[in-house]
Design a protein around this ligand. Structure first.
Ligand code: GLY
Length: 353
């Protein structure tokens, strides 16, 4: 089975140099966005092993994860002579690794990729597992491919420099990993200080989350079964995210997932007996750190519609990954409109709105 080399390093230059020396691609192409160009690239761009590399900067932001930017990356690779033996190094958050990963998956039917995630969200989610793609026709990640990176380099100082919102946005995916794995890791996560994180404890948790994600995606790279577990919190979470965009008040992905987890753990308790004590601990944790996403019953039809469009549904019913307990995953659970309304009522009660 193909797998990805996961490299945690506190010496980025040496680790990258070593990896390139071992892997020996004929040519290296480096993709970053305007932020990572300014803030992260200076750490590596004068490496001897990148002396003959080609560099490209794309605009930052999910609105640029589109076919125009993709085409510009194909042009960049083509005009600079990339071959099947070239490697593309993606330096950035999930937008860069999704789009760069798909450019690499499709260029000459596939060239190799290495990811250097610069956010916690990208480290624990997008950079690992090989989901790549772009938005199309107003739909998120509508076009894409599974294309595993050869390696992912995790450089802690990038994560320690993030602001509170970006720490929290990545953290909700870690909370999801805790719920999917075991009580001990969940407890560890819930006792972390997210306001003034202890760098060592936080980095250990990031490592654990990366291992959990890598383990799941190696067992089921193409999301035929187990990988669907990673959708916990995302059916409702994506609907909240869509509503926030519809209101022109976008929230960060990870915030929407934190609120989505509350909804879906409620369904888990109702349908599968997920422990109510843990549900209430998670509610308090999320409320204290992420605050409240305001909804009224007027929003229910928008949210329901958004959930029916989730591409994970393969029938008309809305598909959820749920848990009967921490670490006990139950895939392909479904809920009808009245249960979705009940879930949203519960969310509003839990949030006191
Ligand atoms: N982000 C979920 C997955 O990689 O499957």
């Amino acid at each position: 089975m193909q797998s990805t080399n996961l490299i945690f390093t506190d010496n980025l230059r040496n680790s990258l140099k070593q990896w390139l020396a071992d892997y020996a691609p004929t040519q290296v192409y480096v993709l970053c966005d305007e932020h990572t160009n300014a803030l992260c690239l200076p750490l590596i761009n004068n490496l001897d092993s990148l002396k003959s590399a080609h560099f490209m900067t794309i605009p930052a932001g999910d609105q640029h994860k589109n076919v125009e930017t993709l085409s510009a990356v194909w042009q960049f690779l083509s005009q600079n002579g990339a071959t099947r033996k070239s490697v593309l190094l993606n330096v950035g958050g999930g937008m860069v690794s999704d789009l760069g990963g798909f450019a690499a998956a499709s260029f000459k039917r596939g060239i190799d990729v290495i990811n250097l995630p610069t956010t916690i969200l990208a480290a624990v989610d997008a950079s690992v597992g090989g989901k790549t793609g772009i938005n199309f026709n107003g739909l998120k990640n509508e076009i894409g491919a599974f294309h595993l990176p050869k390696a992912v380099l995790f450089y802690a100082p990038f994560f320690h420099s993030l602001d509170r919102d970006n720490i929290l946005s990545g953290f909700s995916e870690m909370l999801k990993h805790g719920l999917l794995s075991d009580e001990a890791y969940l407890g560890e996560l819930m006792s972390l200080d997210l306001e003034e994180p202890d760098n060592t404890a936080f980095l250990n948790a990031i490592k654990r989350s990366v291992e959990i994600k890598a383990d799941i995606t190696e067992k089921d790279p193409q999301e035929k079964g187990l990988r669907k577990a990673l959708n916990l919190g995302h059916t409702a979470g994506h609907a909240f995210e869509a509503l926030s965009h519809h209101r022109n008040e976008p929230v960060l992905h990870g915030y929407a997932i934190a609120w989505g987890l509350i909804c879906e753990l409620y369904l888990a308790s109702k349908l599968l007996g997920f422990p109510s004590q843990t549900l209430h601990q998670v509610i308090q944790f999320v409320k204290d750190r992420y605050g409240i996403f305001q909804i009224t019953c007027q929003d229910y039809s928008f949210l329901y519609e958004a959930m029916t469009h989730d591409k994970k549904n393969d029938t008309k019913a809305i598909n959820f990954t749920l848990l009967s307990n921490v670490g006990t995953i139950c895939l392909n659970q479904t809920a009808d409109k009245s249960l979705i309304d009940e879930m949203l009522d519960f969310y509003r009660d839990a949030m006191g709105i």
